[in-house]
Each structure stands twice: as structure tokens, then as C-alpha cells.
Ligand binder design. Structure first.
Ligand code: FAD
Length: 279
């Protein structure tokens, strides 16, 4: 089918031998769903630089497209340049370019203040070698001074040379469609793929959401809270909610889905089966 949605999966680089083995098993299961690519996050301040690279190269050696995330908040030009050279030499053609966050919330110590500057630098250094994804925020970035300015800054990343975008996760499909309308009004035409966060655990989701500005609708928050320690029931509700969200997104024109896997495969495989995308 030509109009098959583009599916991709995001991993974090594991720290331990056990984590590496778990990720390999998850990847094996997710690979059966024929994703376009697997991406691998980059820890704040470059803390995972080697592990991100090692994970990406392992994925690539298995014959899959791998897209390292690269963030600039505390990196200098030379450091980014050498990472780009290394990825290029290894035949990597796809990046997710971000500003990143410092764990302490310190002010940027790097040469780039925002992701648009990083994207411009990658284009200046490497031309069209890389397909570059940037982050988009249908519910707006938590530091944005206004919705309009956030949108303008997103437009700046596109103008700097982004080829596509992946959104922060959200549970209100309308937020994505409203954002898409606003982008269309600004003449932004790159594919903007919704980022999907499966629901594994309420405490963790609540913590992530308050940091990244993703809204958990009140009705969902209350229902998830009601389950307390009953993780099995919570995950069943989460499965219904997230499958329905994905269905609404794809039925109304989203070009694909990018899953934040947290290095787990089970729930995502079920969502994809429910959507009928596994064949
Ligand atoms: P920017 O686009 O620079 O935006 C950050 C803020 O600055 C926004 O409020 C924006 O409105 C404002 N802004 C942007 N440009 C300008 C400008 N030129 N002048 C003034 N203000 C401006 N973090 C990691 O550390 N590692 C990862 O691997 C990682 N992967 C991610 C993957 C996805 C798909 C997403 C959505 C996020 C990811 N993040 C990751 C989190 C991301 O780094 C944070 O959300 C960070 O706070 C912002 O990154 P950005 O690239 O969107 O920054």
C-alpha cells in the first residue's frame, strides 16, 4: 500500500548489560512491524554520547535505519562537528536535532542557544547528507512566552532546513490538528509526525508530563489515579486510550506515528495490531 503511515520507534541508550539485552529483545519484536527507522535519544549535556552512538551503530549493523538524536545545549561547535563527521563516515543519514535540556536547568553553556541554530549548522557543514527531524509542540513548549512565538520558533527550525518534525506527546488529538492548521497557515509543509507515549505507569507519566508540558486530560488523570497499584487495569485503559488516539490521528491525515517506547515492545505491538498496521 502506498499510503501506509510511517512508523518509527524511539529508544534511550541502555546503561547496563541487562538493559542492552532487554533493548535487543524489544527491538527484535518491534522490527517485525517494519518501522521506517529507530531513533536513539541523546542524554542531557552529552552524557550518553558514546552509548547513543553505540546503540545507533548496532541498529544500523542489523540492517535498519537508525537516527541518532543530537542536542546542542551544552556542546560546542567542534564537538558537534566531530559527531557529524563520525556519523557521516558510518553512513548514518538521519538525525533528530534538538536543543536539549540541562538536568539542573542551567543556562546554556554551548555554542548554540536553540535548535534552529543547530539545524542551520548541520546544513552548513553537511549540506543535504542528513534527513533532519526537529521537535514540535502541539500543546506548546513549557518555556514558550506565547503560543504565537513558539509557532514562529518552530517555523524558524523549518526555515533552517528541517526535513520533518516529531511532536511532543499529547492525549488530545485536537491539539495536533489545531497545530497542523496553524502550520499550514504559515506555509509549513514538512511532515509532522505525532509522538505517541503509551501509558505504562501513572506516576512516571505524571512526572514526565509536568516537565515537558504535555497535558493529561483531567478525566484520564482521574481514571488512571483510581487504579492505584493495579497496573494491569491501568495498562488496559491506557491501551484503549492510546489506540483510539492513534486511530483518530491516522484517520484524519497524520502522516505516521513515532512511538516513545521506553525500550519496551509489548504495549506498542498490541496498539499496532489494533490499528491493523502489522501486515
Ligand atoms: P528549541 O526549538 O530551541 O525550543 C526551545 C524553546 O525556546 C521553546 O520555548 C521555543 O519557543 C524557544 N525558541 C526556539 N527558538 C528560539 C529562538 N531562535 N529564539 C528565542 N526562543 C526560541 N531532549 C534531550 O535532551 N535528548 C533527546 O534525545 C531528546 N529527544 C526529543 C525528541 C522529541 C521528538 C522531542 C519532542 C523532544 C526531545 N527532547 C530531547 C526534549 C527537548 O530537548 C526539549 O523539549 C527542549 O526543552 C527543547 O528542545 P527543542 O529542540 O524543541 O528546542
Amino acid at each position: 500500500m502506498n499510503n501506509q503511515p510511517v512508523i518509527s520507534f524511539e529508544f534511550f541508550p541502555p546503561k547496563t548489560a541487562e538493559g542492552i539485552a532487554k533493548l535487543r529483545a524489544a527491538r527484535k519484536q518491534l522490527a517485525q512491524l517494519q518501522p521506517k527507522f529507530f531513533s536513539v535519544t541523546f542524554g542531557a549535556g552529552g552524557s550518553t554520547r558514546d552509548r547513543t552512538r553505540d546503540t545507533v551503530l548496532e541498529i544500523q549493523s542489523e540492517g535498519f535505519e537508525a537516527a541518532p538524536h543530537i542536542s546542542c545545549v551544552s556542546s560546542g561547535k567542534e564537538e558537534i562537528r566531530s559527531l557529524l563527521t563520525e556519523y557521516r563516515a558510518q553512513g548514518i543519514r538521519h538525525l533528530v536535532a534538538l536543543r536539549g535540556d540541562l538536568p539542573s536547568g542551567e543556562v546554556s553553556a554551548g555554542d548554540f542557544r536553540h535548535a534552529n541554530e543547530l539545524v542551520a549548522f548541520i546544513r552548513q557543514e553537511t549540506g543535504d547528507w542528513f534527513e533532519i527531524e526537529v521537535a514540535a509542540y502541539p500543546e506548546y513548549h513549557p518555556e514558550a512566552s506565547s503560543a504565537q512565538s513558539d509557532l514562529k520558533h518552530f517555523q524558524g527550525k523549518v526555515a533552517a532546513g528541517a526535513s520533518g518534525a516529531i511532536t511532543q506527546y499529547f492525549y488530545n488529538a485536537e491539539a495536533y490538528f489545531r497545530f497542523m492548521d496553524q502550520c499550514a497557515a504559515l506555509g509549513i509543509s514538512i511532515p509532522i509526525v505525532p509522538g505517541i507515549m503509551p501509558i505504562y505507569n501513572y506516576t512516571q507519566l505524571s512526572r514526565f508530563s509536568s516537565v515537558c508540558g504535555a497535558e493529561i486530560p483531567r478525566w484520564l488523570r482521574w481514571r488512571l489515579q483510581d487504579y492505584g497499584d493495579d497496573i494491569a487495569s491501568l495498562r488496559l485503559l491506557g491501551l484503549d486510550v492510546v489506540s483510539d488516539l492513534c486511530d483518530q490521528l491516522l484517520s484524519n491525515g497524520a502522516p505516521g506515528l513515532h512511538f516513545y517506547t521506553l525500550n519496551q515492545a509489548g504495549i506498542i505491538s498490541t496498539i499496532i495490531q489494533r490499528l491493523g498496521l502489522n501486515n
